[in-house]
Design a protein around this ligand. Sequence first.
Ligand code: HEM
Length: 390
Amino acid sequence: MTASVVPEITLAGLAEDPYPIYRQLRDSAPVAWVPAANRFLVTRYDDVMAVERDQRVFSSVERDSLMTRAIGPLALLRMDGEAHQRLRKAAETPVKPRAVKTEWLPKFRRNTEELIAGFADRGEADLLTDFAAPLAATNLGTLLGLPHATAADILEWSQAVIEACGNYADDPAVWARNDRAMAAVDAAITEILPHLRDHPDSSVISAMLHAGLDPDEICATVKFFIGGGVNEPRDVLSVAAYALLAHPDQLEDVRTGRTPWKAVFEEAVRWVSPIGMYPRQVTEDVELGGVTLHAGDRLGVVIASANRDERHFDRPDAFDTRREVRPHLAFGGGPHFCLGTWVARTSIGEVGLPTLFERFPDLSLADPDAVRMTGWVFRGPVSVPVTWHH
Ligand code: HEM
């Protein structure tokens, strides 16, 4: 069968609220050509899993990839097979559960407490800009091993590369900002490599260096970590905090220990997945969801929709930390499964969120109606204003 074409979907509509659109697609056209996105959107859980299971047919190497242009040909997420595995393995040891627990958890705790101490007296804050964003950036700088980069540097580099990866309008100012940011990342890495050669440490950069990657490979992989490791932890913290404050009964269960923080984290990434869609390219003719796809076709793998698929989750649109645990796809699947999963679970689920709610027992939303989410490729709140008595 050929795919349905859905011309009425607009990018503005997806950014505003993609979930009713995804529901319709899942029901009537689960693999649909969406002209506004210039790709076939895959929206059902089982079809997303089928894509993830077959890297040979559903490749991460995309023609005219903006990510490749932004980061260079060594961008981890636009590689397949052995070339990809080689880079991934070199970066892997410091982000495995054991290293995260022994090495990074105490440092994430210290970063969290220092940040909270900086605004605790104010009685009001925007959780997104005052807490979640600088926390994600500081933790990432610690993990990578970039001692001279400030949270502001990392946030700027991250924003610059993310905008470049979405620069479909080919705006020269966006490319120029990205070029400046990527040059600054190269300089920060070049500065520390000579020291790390003789003094290995537990950081990701040190691990890659001593696994034998050359400086170009290290720089490209770090750029990818910077593009992919800030917004997602920032957004899941903001979404989870907002959702708990908007559901006081569920917050009460967490405070009394009836619901573990782990369940809050996993439900928040399922409910509003920080990465909503990622691309794949078809390498040979294949059937997916009853639709015939051809070599060269471009897909948008919509994990945000798979995570709300009613064929897989009961009442998928509800934020419910007590729901039956079922595997979600917020971290992807297959060979590109998120390398930062344990870093995010620990830095946000085990440290960031619990510390915030312990430190401010009467935290509340300044205006529940003011919290607006935006985006579909990446999705999260625009701001989360809160107040407390100190
Ligand atoms: C809640 C937070 C996070 C979410 C929801 C998330 C989600 C994802 C997803 C969906 C992918 C797969 C994309 C694809 O297949 O095209 C991915 C890949 C990746 N993520 Fe995350 N991520 C998060 C946090 C992080 C953090 C904190 C880091 C860095 C410390 C990180 C580093 C990476 C890397 C390096 C990859 C590429 C892996 C590869 O290509 O083999 N992520 N992430």
